[in-house]
Write a protein of this length. Sequence first.
Length: 250
Amino acid sequence: MENLIVQKFSGKVMQDVTTRQLAIRQVKEVLATGHRVIAVVSAPKGPAQPYATASLEKLVGGDFSALQPRELAQLVGTGEVIAMSLMVNEMRQQGLNVVGLTGPQAGIYTNEHYQKAQIARLDKQPIEQAFAAAAQVVVVAGFQGQNAAGQLTTLEVGGSDITAAVLAAAFGAQRLDFFVDVSPAKSLRLKQVTGPTLTTTLTYQQLAHSAGAQVIHPQALSIAQQAALPLRLQLVNRQGEATWTIVKPA
């Protein structure tokens, strides 16, 4: 799809109004360049966040829960739906034409596992229809999909990264942005990769051999590499931070 950029926002970026407004500012910057946006969101994460995945699991006793896998997937998947709803509400209040979709509504189909599911295929029609109806932004709840029986499933930890990469690859996005809550320079240990002078450009191999797996899910990175997607990794507020671009290896 021409003129499309996929942006993925971490749980800590979703944790409060202030950080969400910074995220929306990033979306607006892309829209101002004539692009449309698919924004993939994680569940709000933070010490006071009752809707974080770990917090939701604790509500039912964690490993000692009496819920069946299908029921547990329904519970832990609500955090991303809440994040999606918050973003849609706040974007619409700022005048953006936005559509919010859960993973199943966005056409994401997985295998039969209710938890740690793998994405099996993507039906592009729901998102295409949203854009055809003049949406500027489609906000998708990450980490979730549906199986062949139409039941909600959830991916493994970090699954929202996978959601974003699958969507970017399937729609031929011009770029995939990961907005994170920690310094890319510190997280990737870039001085170990590039020497004492930091650079704004990395290769996929350099990212994979740094601490990149702690920042981007390895499966998401693999999907992006296979699709030759340019990646951009940065703090959501970008204050004092370079834009770290991961390019296709030579």
